[in-house]
Design a protein around this ligand. Structure first.
Ligand code: ADP
Length: 486
């Protein structure tokens, strides 16, 4: 089977979040299952130079206000990539994939991702590049307009099957209705049964309306987004397609996240050599100015500092964490009130709380290894990666019972402890008191070292790689293609 991924980012070429990891890892995990993938993404500055064997596939004149070309190449890992190289849209010295240097959206994002989607549709129709997929797999709003171009194509009956994965429903690609003509979309799109959303155009809605199937990154999030509380205005639309919505949990890269070989760690360890984990704890405590002690649990937190992640709730619960004697190491960047809050907490409790504001990949590995437990108190979480790293590193996750967190961590309740399956602690709802109780339960559990170590070994044996996700995606592709061929 041949699959075209259309995505705005892809590790290791360009990454702002978890979507990049999926786009970079899933095609490789699918290859041994007989799926031949190509990944289409924009040629942001520097991306083309990271590919090997770059060759031009097609010229793209008249591409939304300028000329572009489609080139192909391969990453060092063997990922086959199609780059949309359009200087007028993507060659920008400063800023990132979505935001300009002033931190706000690029004003022409509709054209930038409209063009990506349009080229995705042309490849899907077999008109560019001489390679036609059986299925086109769209990722988030930036790729979702491909579904509109395919739906309104004069030869749409020949279009391949289509699947939209929603990585985070909070991002819906909303633009003024007046952008419709520049996007070469017919007037019909401006309809409640089209992609009109409160008098605007929503790229994400195009994908939800016109893709053959929808998926998201965990089964629980797939159910949550059908409710008015979590559906972010899309719940009605999604409920209408509930029987065509599948949740598949992401994996993590088991080579990059391996405590036995991780180059960032003070000491390698594994579930057989678990004692060496404590060297990482001591090293982290020294590095961050925490008291070097082994008798209290060290909670780790690596996160974007936003309200989505429930970190205002954690600030409110901090006095109870402090009262247990436990330690906390925070690494994050984001909202000023949260950065200030965690800085103030560290200043008020030197030796017990440490805060590092910034983005630091190496330190994130050292926190996963050195912490005894990782905190993820999110209000909503489509999948979540840091709890998966925590499992792999034997740092038992303390998580809110939402989305992918609910699906990947087994709560240490009495029954789970008795039957020996617990891998962490869950709490609900996302409020200071239940979070504080979860922290206190974790401190108690940690004090029972034999029970804690058994759980660490179980957690480290959890199936968190890409294998299972790839199997599930491959079956889903087969089902969607079969249904399309009818
Ligand atoms: P989201 O995509 O909503 O931010 P995920 O848990 O899916 O949440 O992915 C977050 C990723 O970003 C993880 O790989 C995490 O380790 C990483 N990360 C977040 N904040 C930082 C930081 N300050 N420094 C280093 N890595 C970070």
């Amino acid at each position: 089977m041949k699959v075209l991924f259309v995505t705005p980012e892809c590790y290791p070429l360009v990454k702002t979040g978890g979507l990049a990891d999926v786009a970079g890892a899933l095609p490789l995990a699918l290859a041994p299952l007989g799926v031949e993938s190509r990944v289409l993404l924009p040629a942001y500055p520097g991306v083309r130079a990271k590919l090997e064997g770059v060759a031009r596939v097609a010229a793209l004149p008249g591409l939304f206000g300028g000329a572009g070309e489609l080139v192909e190449g391969t990453t060092a890992d063997g990922l086959r990539v199609l780059l949309l190289d359009a200087p007028h849209l993507f060659h920008r010295e400063q800023g990132g994939p979505y935001l300009g240097p002033d931190g706000t959206d690029w004003p022409d994002n509709h054209l930038r991702f409209g063009a990506l989607s349009w080229v995705g549709a042309q490849i899907s129709m077999g008109r560019v590049g001489g390679w036609q997929p059986d299925l086109v797999h769209l990722h988030d709003w930036q790729a979702a307009l491909t579904a509109a171009y395919l739906h309104f194509d004069k030869e749409s009956a020949d279009a391949p099957a289509s699947l939209l994965t929603i990585h985070n429903l909070a991002f819906q690609g909303l633009f003024p209705a007046t952008t419709r003509k520049a996007l070469k979309l017919p007037a019909e799109v401006l309809h409640v049964d089209g992609m009109e959303y409160w008098d605007q155009l929503s790229f994400l809605k195009a994908g939800v309306q016109w893709c053959d199937h929808l998926s998201t990154v965990s089964p629980t999030y797939a159910r949550e987004i059908l409710t008015p509380e979590e559906g972010m205005g899309f719940d009605g639309l999604l409920r209408a397609r509930a029987h065509e919505l599948t949740g598949i949990v992401n994996g993590i890269d088991l080579d990059v996240w391996d405590p036995e070989t991780d180059p960032h760690l003070a000491a390698p360890y594994s579930s057989r050599r678990l004692a060496a984990k404590s060297k990482n704890t001591a090293a982290l405590q020294r590095e961050l100015g925490l008291d070097v002690r082994a008798d209290v649990p060290l909670f780790g937190l690596v996160s974007r500092l936003t309200e989505q992640k429930g970190l205002d709730v954690l600030l409110d619960a901090l006095p109870r964490l402090v009262a247990t004697g436990a330690q906390l190491a925070v690494l994050g960047t984001g909202a000023a009130f949260l950065e200030d809050g965690f800085r103030a907490a560290a200043a008020a409790h030197p030796g017990q709380i440490a805060t590092v504001i910034g983005f630091d990949e190496a330190l994130s590995h050292r926190i996963q290894a050195g912490a005894h437990t990782v905190l993820v108190p999110s209000r909503f979480e489509p999948c979540g990666l840091t709890q998966l790293y925590g499992l792999r590193y034997g740092s038992l996750p303390v998580v809110s019972r939402v989305g992918g967190l609910a699906d990947t961590v087994i709560d240490a309740n009495t029954a789970a402890l008795r039957s020996g399956v617990a891998t962490g602690v869950q709490f609900s709802p996302v409020q200071p008191d239940p979070l504080a109780v979860a922290i206190e339960r974790t401190v108690e559990w940690f004090a029972d070292r034999p029970a804690w170590q058994r759980a660490q070994r179980r957690a480290m044996a959890s199936d968190v790689g890409w294998g299972t996700a790839a199997e599930q995606d491959r079956s889903l592709y087969a089902k969607v293609v079969e249904h399309r061929l009818g």
